[in-house]
Design a protein around this ligand. Structure first.
Ligand SMILES: CCCCCCCC/C=C\CCCCCCCC(=O)SCCNC(=O)CCNC(=O)[C@H](O)C(C)(C)COP(=O)(O)OP(=O)(O)OC[C@H]1O[C@@H](n2cnc3c(N)ncnc32)[C@H](O)[C@@H]1OP(=O)(O)O
Length: 157
C-alpha cells in the first residue's frame, strides 16, 4: 500500500482548495509527505504556468508554498499530539500569513521540489519555513503562519 499524503486525509467538504484539494479537478492537487523531520512535495509545472518564457510564474510558486506549508502545519499538529491524521478531533489549518522571497528565476522545464520545516508550533499557530527548488537549486523561500481554522469558519456549499 502506498503512503497517504497529508491532503488525502482532508475530509470531502474541505477538499476543494485550488492548491491542494483532491476534489478540485482544475487545481494543483499537491501531495505532501513526511521525510524525516521535514516534509516534501513535488510538482511539475505546465507550459502555461509561464512568467516569462522558460520561467515559472511567481503566483504558482506562492500557491505551492502556501498549500504545502498549511498541509505541513496540519501534519505537524497531529504529530505533536502523537496521533494519526485520521483520528478525532480534526485539526484544520488556514493561512494567516504567506511570505515568499523569489531568490532566482525558476526554470519551467522540470519538476519542482518544495520542502517544509517546522519553525514554531504553539497554541493554535504553526510557523512553517519552506523552500522551492529546481534541479537542486533553491529558487524561492517562504514563511507561512498557519492558524487553526476557527469553528465559525464552516465551508459554504
Ligand atoms: C476561507 C478559507 C477556508 C477554507 C477551509 C479551511 C479548511 C482546512 C481544511 C483543510 C485544508 C484545505 C484548505 C487549505 C487551505 C490552503 C491555504 C488557504 O488558501 S486558506 C485561505 C486563505 N486564508 C484565509 O482566508 C484566512 C482568513 N483569516 C482568518 O480567518 C483569521 O484571520 C485567522 C483564522 C487566520 C486567524 O484568526 P484567529 O482569530 O483564529 O487568530 P488569532 O487568535 O487572532 O491569532 C492566533 C495566532 O496567530 C497569529 N496570527 C494571526 N494572524 C496573523 C497574521 N496575519 N500574521 C502573523 N501572525 C498571525 C496571532 O498573532 C496569534 O499568535 P499567538 O498565538 O499570539 O502567538
Amino acid at each position: 500500500m502506498t503512503e497517504r499524503a497529508f491532503q488525502d486525509y482532508y475530509p470531502d467538504d474541505v477538499s476543494h482548495c485550488y492548491g491542494c484539494g483532491r476534489l478540485n479537478e482544475k487545481g494543483h492537487q499537491i501531495k505532501s509527505y513526511w521525510d524525516g523531520e521535514e516534509t516534501v512535495t513535488h510538482y511539475t509545472p505546465e507550459p502555461y504556468h509561464t512568467a516569462i518564457p522558460g520561467y515559472v510564474y511567481g503566483g504558482l510558486i506562492a500557491s505551492l508554498i502556501d498549500c504545502h506549508s498549511t498541509g505541513t502545519a496540519a501534519a505537524a499538529a497531529y504529530r505533536a499530539e502523537g496521533r494519526g491524521m485520521d483520528t478525532e478531533p480534526a485539526l484544520r489549518f488556514v493561512t494567516a500569513s504567506l511570505h515568499v522571497d523569489f531568490l532566482a528565476p525558476t526554470p519551467i522545464d522540470g519538476p519542482l521540489e518544495i520542502r517544509g520545516k517546522i519553525k514554531e508550533i504553539k497554541g493554535k499557530k504553526v510557523i512553517i519555513e519552506s523552500t522551492l527548488s529546481a534541479g537542486g537549486k533553491v529558487c524561492a523561500r517562504g514563511e507561512v503562519v498557519a492558524v487553526k481554522m476557527p469553528d465559525a469558519m464552516k465551508p459554504k456549499a
